[in-house]
Design a protein around this ligand. Sequence first.
Ligand code: KG4
Ligand code: ZN
Length: 399
Amino acid sequence: MNILGIETSCDETAISLLSAEGETDFSYDVLGEALLSQIEIHKPYGGVYPNIAKREHARALVPILEDVLRQANMLSESGSTTDEETIAHIEKILEREPDLFLMLSNFLRSIDKPPVDVLAVTVGPGLEPALWVGINFARALHEAWKIPVVAVNHMEGHIMMALQARGLQKNENQLLPSVSCKLSTVNLPALALLVSGGHTELVLIPELMTYQLLGQTRDDASGEAFDKCARLLGLPYPGGPEIGRLAAYARSQGLERYTVLPRPMLNTGTYEFSFSGLKTAVRRAVEGKTLTDDQQAAMAREIEDAIVEVLVTKTKRAVEEHGIQTVIVGGGVSANSFLRAELIKALHPIVPLFPEPTFATDNARMIALAGYLRAIKAPPEGGYADPATLKANGNLRLA
Ligand code: KG4
Ligand code: ZN
């Protein structure tokens, strides 16, 4: 099955085309893949602006699709299979994205229908204006190519990206990777620690693709805490990688602590998190002061120490209380190397599963993967969506 994943939930526009087969043990080849990050555009604002994100997704989708289809050798331009009546329907679907309609209609008029079998698109959680662009794009492609659409939960995408590390075999001799994943070797119950810009949650996985929320953040997500604290230190968006870099420097130099930050809700005995107090404490510690470079690095280390200690402690407790056999870590913050090292130490002998660092942050391969595993399942757990009623759901839940 050739499955085209589309991701526009936040500030990355991404498309990935996989050729996948199998079920619990499956394999896939990457036929084409491209991602355009809007980070530089959002940097001056210190965070993601939903309407700017929406505009940039609309600009990026057609060029990215063209790039992906070219990589897959699927751009045959012998003539169009899309007639003008279909183009008129697509114009209605994209009435709120006139620029996207112009680009897409010109593109569709110039190419044959590619051998894509299924479209997988993120429907939530995320920024709704941004999600809608991807959804309407998928609906337009469905109209043009008459192929089914599967609705993907972005967080399940993050889980699948980490989970495929289990039994992973890669054929590195190819230009684009060919991968086999043996999900049958995943021992259950599993636990997912999901840590991103919008989420911090612990999710129990009694069976593959079945979820039960153990607890989540009451306020800021861990990625958001990294971003907001970084901003207070005068560091650019996104703050996570910046704090990680400075914290590693502070550790390597043995820099003295600048201040001690709280470890919010560390000992509450619940799986709830709260990170909004951290930024308040950081603000108090740095307000009206000019920090030296070393003080700034020491502060970054303390921020990272505080966030990681809370995440690791609660994850370890959940593992013990629920007899967890497999730990999966997903979302942008899972790229953090200190978090990785601390989890590996704390959870021994369980070896937690992480996504490859470049696939920890948002991408479309994770959407194509989760979409594939949903598409091959029978409804109601799987199957296809009705494109006409597809909706963005900014707060879509796993469970
Ligand atoms: O999953 P993601 O790409 O987007 C959302 O779905 O939110 O996560 C983005 C978040 C940002 O808050 C970013 O600062 C954080 O992930 N992040 C990191 C690192 N890389 C990205 N946080 C800590 N350390 C990192 N290396
Ligand atoms: Zn994400």
